[in-house]
Design a binder for this molecule. Structure first.
Ligand SMILES: Nc1ncnc2c1ncn2[C@@H]1O[C@H](COP(=O)(O)OP(=O)(O)OP(=O)(O)O)[C@@H](O)[C@H]1O
Length: 297
């Protein structure tokens, strides 16, 4: 039985507003799953349902193929949107305390805390009150707190918000390490460039509906148009008259164009070479931001 987490047909309403509609997806063991969607799309609500903070109106949650229980959730790690650490306690003291609440013995709780503070770059800050840390460093402490009990599943609501690029890399490497050890990791983010770099799988939600889910590369391939970039030395305006070519963007020697399904990219390349040197000729792979815009249209 693989250690995957499944949501199956989850619905949720607040009053008469349905904010989650038939949500189904899988967070697979050992993979980083990026959860992306615009403001109010339903990410936080979905994560709260996974952690049992909110109940679903319909549908079910499965962990390792069985219905998810309260006991299972004790072994989950959660970084909630509202964050959970106390400003007036020292960083180390409260992370150790959280480890103890999750059932660790005192020595293990202390050892895990010190290891994590070191990993997230907060060694030397453990005895400071949380409120005296910069926001980015508080965020690092929050991430350490979510990981202290060696969770079997990680659910992280915007773990990278407020982090500088170096801190993003630090947190990414800690999460990757957990994923490699077999932990399913679900994280939401508005930073699509980070998600693009980090995730193995993607779940895209809009208005409470899953619009796309699957491996990052499969999604890319599914959304790849027959689109090309061409850079020549002269002006690429002649492409306008080329059969099967629809110009998307033309800026002097650089053009981006779509090709009709029956057109031959090699013919376009030969025509370009007949006019002079070709510096770039390549299919254009959509970025996650482009896929995201596409599925939200
Ligand atoms: N406790 C609540 N009572 C009423 N409506 C709620 C409640 N919690 C969330 N909602 C509504 O549910 C919808 C989904 O909200 P949710 O916070 O899950 O979105 P999100 O994708 O996390 O958004 P963001 O990216 O802005 O954090 C929103 O329209 C929100 O206003």
């Amino acid at each position: 039985m693989t250690s995957s987490l499944r949501l199956d047909g989850v619905d949720r309403s607040f009053g008469d507003r349905q904010v989650l509609k038939n949500i189904s997806f899988e967070v697979t063991a050992g993979r980083m799953t990026g959860f992306v969607g615009g403001n109010g799309a339903g990410k936080t609500t979905t994560m709260r349902i996974i952690l049992g903070v909110l109940a679903p109106d319909a549908g079910q949650l499965l962990w390792r193929g069985s219905r998810l229980t309260r006991q299972d959730r004790r072994r989950f790690g959660y970084l909630p949107e509202e964050r959970g650490l106390y400003p007036k306690m020292t960083v180390r003291e409260q992370i150790v305390h959280l480890g103890r609440l999750h059932g660790l013995d005192p020595a293990t709780a202390r050892r895990n805390t010190d290891d994590l503070l070191d990993r997230v770059g907060l060694d030397g800050r453990g005895n400071d009150l949380l409120e005296t840390l910069s926001l980015g460093n508080q965020q690092r402490a929050q991430v350490a707190a979510a990981l202290v009990h060696d969770p079997e599943v990680l659910v992280l609501d915007e773990p990278f918000s407020g982090l500088d690029p170096m801190a993003v890399d630090t947190v990414v490497s800690v999460l990757r390490e957990r994923a490699r050890a077999g932990v399913p990791v679900l994280f939401s983010s508005h930073q699509l460039d980070v998600v693009e770099r980090l995730c193995d799988d993607l779940v895209i939600i809009a208005d409470g509906v899953i619009r796309a889910a699957g491996g990052r590369e499969e999604l890319r391939a599914a959304y790849t148009l027959p689109r090309f970039e061409l850079v020549v030395d002269g002006d690429a305006g002649w492409l306008r008259d080329e059969a099967g070519v629809t110009l998307v963007d033309l800026d002097g020697p650089r053009a981006v164009f779509d090709l009709a399904a029956d057109a031959d990219d090699q013919r376009v390349l030969r025509d370009a070479l007949a006019r002079g040197p070709v510096r770039v000729f390549r299919p254009v792979t959509p970025s996650l931001a482009e896929i995201f815009r596409e599925v939200n249209r």
